[in-house]
Design a binder for this molecule. Sequence first.
Ligand code: NAD
Length: 517
Amino acid sequence: MSTTATAPETIQAFTAEDFSAPDKFVQFCANGGKPLNGVIGGEAVPGSMNALIDIINPGTMEVLATVSEMGYDEVNLAVESGYRAFNGGWKNTSVEERAALIMKLVELYERDKEVFLACEILNGGKVSELARGDLGAVRPCAEYFIEVAKKIRFGDSEIMDVSRRVDAYTYVEPWGVVAGIIPWNYPVVLTAWFMMPSLMAGNCVLVKPSEETPLSALYFAKLAEEAGFPAGVINVLPGRGELTGKFISEHPGIRYISFTGSPGVGQIILQAADKHGTRVKREMGGNGSAIVCADADPELVARMIGRNVNQHYGQTCCTIHRVFAEREIFDDFLGASEAFFSDLKIGNQAENGTQIGPVINSRQPLRILEGIEFAKANGAEAILEGGRATVDGYDGYYMKPTLLRSQTWSDCNPKEVFHTFVNIQPVDSVDQAIQCANNTRYGLGSSVWTKDLELGQRIAKQFRDGTGQINCHNMGAYGIPYSGQGISGGPGGGASCEETLRDYLQTKAIFVSDYPE
Ligand code: NAD
């Protein structure tokens, strides 16, 4: 790989093209003037708590849809429906039968891609360049997990001769009913990352989308019915985390929970689920770092890092928030970063040219402002101050990018801020940079930027992160685990790899002894 082949000015932040809601999306959201219900056992089910959630466009504050929140009774009903479907035949379907249904769902998804795009752009606040890229990840996800499922030996293993009279073997089967608790920042991709492996393993699923972005999961449920999935195999339970999410994590009938979200919530879910022995896998937030080596072209690398920092305006789990640049190139790198971040176009996410759209909700600006204040109080100098932004003609949650500079070892941004928010520090050596990068409780993804690929790999292997990257960031590929260390992830094999599907299976040991004579 060469980092010098691309002219720096061609490396841009993710950028919007004009987008307006397709009729199908508008009709789906309007739902004949009624709130959108949960989908349980193939039926549209209103919430018994009579609580409604307005689903908004964070760039305009327009209410796109109203969704009925699922309560304790609906979670119970969904678990019962899931087991009815599981025991009523789903558990006996072959890998080929499941694969055919999933590929039918993918076809319908591709037919209605504009609806999913509207979910990501208008509700999720993304720019079209990123949203279109995200949506391209669904078909490969399905195809990958179908191939993984084909390789797995379900049922009985080879028999092992344990002793003269005793044989043993293992028995592999799905858990039964499993739940996926999904965040708002990549709703389509993360719903696919949960559903494809868990369904291919033979489970029935409960999808709990974020209360901010439930539309795409509800639309997936609608398409699942059209694809011919038996009722109860895919259930979608919209609602708040502290209610619907809590009822799910405390439900003894759910055998496995896949959680993607913040470390704090992940810790609560792990404790709640553990009371019933429910297995949990957690993919959580990060506070990613990048090391810029002295041999790197500061302007080129500043733009490449800038593009990654600003991916979904920093609302990406492995986003870079901490950069450690060797002193020889520090000033040039800082200057080029300042130029990149100052040039970013703040605007409505559905308007041509926008590079920083709105953050997701009213809590995010407060969290970002708190992060800026904390950093400044702990030694950071604001090169670009950040703070609230206004966009002509739009009422939305707009924020400016924040670029900070601080002294080596200053731990002024210890928490994931989740915005275009980056702190750059000088370092005396790559070894010092590695120590600084690892000085965090998070461990999702970090990168090193250098022309020397051997040096890069030596450094990448020393990150205390699930993912180490050389001259790239925010990377993922089917077949390679996407997982965190520290408070960023685990237990579980991570997402997007063979282990992911195995997490949705249980392996039992069976011993057979001759009957004593
Ligand atoms: P969050 O933790 O607030 O919420 C995630 C999900 O958990 C939502 O569906 C929410 O409703 C639910 N939830 C909240 N409280 C709950 C509770 N007490 N019990 C059960 N469920 C509950 O996270 P978020 O703000 O939606 O998403 C952003 C976070 O997700 C960031 O930290 C980001 O880094 C992380 N993330 C991680 C990955 C990854 O793969 N590692 C991917 C995307 C996002």
